[in-house]
Design a protein around this ligand. Sequence first.
Ligand code: SF4
Ligand code: FES
Length: 247
Amino acid sequence: MKLKLKIWRQKNAQDKGAFKEYEMEGISKDMSFLEMLDVLNESLIKKGEDPIAFAHDCREGICGSCGLHVNGRAHGPVKGATICQVHMRSFEDGQTIVIEPWRAAAFPIIKDLVVDRTGFDRILQAGGYISVNTGSAPEANLIPINKDDANEAFDAAACIGCGACVAACKNASAMLFTAAKVSHLSLLPQGGTESTERVIRMVEVMDNEGFGNCTNTGACEAECPKEISISHIARMNREFLSSSARK
Ligand code: SF4
Ligand code: FES
């Protein structure tokens, strides 16, 4: 395949940044999107140029490290997939591909396509845990859990913290991420101990980190690689109101 890439280059957080164009030839359709960027980086290194910085780790849709805007879509054109799971066969020969980092004030750019997502870590630190006396390992089925709750908690637990929901939202809201974490824990009996405190603390940190509010446009759900439902946001809002009233 022959491609024209327009990639956001930014030396550091202070640099203004700009798009730079790269022409590529001989790209296999079976290559992953990140492998294609590896090939480009190898050629840049050979020419003595600075390679493009982009975040990645597992390259199989698990770790949540990767994340790019590709032609205006978070994680590119394939629904329900992270950009590391996208292959070049999803693009046309001769196509121009515009590659940008996540855009959100709460995710400042560190370099090129890498953004600082530690705001998510601080939301998690505020309540994304359970305090249980671990003791010896209990029998697996000792605590009965309603099947619907277990299914829903499992769906929420699929969130990999990639940040696409924030990047896709016109308000740069982190509600889908935070709601997934709240649901994941509060739907299970083990998470009950801190449920009142958890939702209040996590929402408070989310707001302090500079993420915007949800206005129900649904862009987060549409672009989430794990297809997390916005119904979790409704649950978080209900939990927040009832917890605030109880305090
Ligand atoms: S809710 Fe979806 S888009 Fe948002 S961080 Fe989790 S997996 Fe990524
Ligand atoms: S590199 Fe781990 S999810 Fe993409």
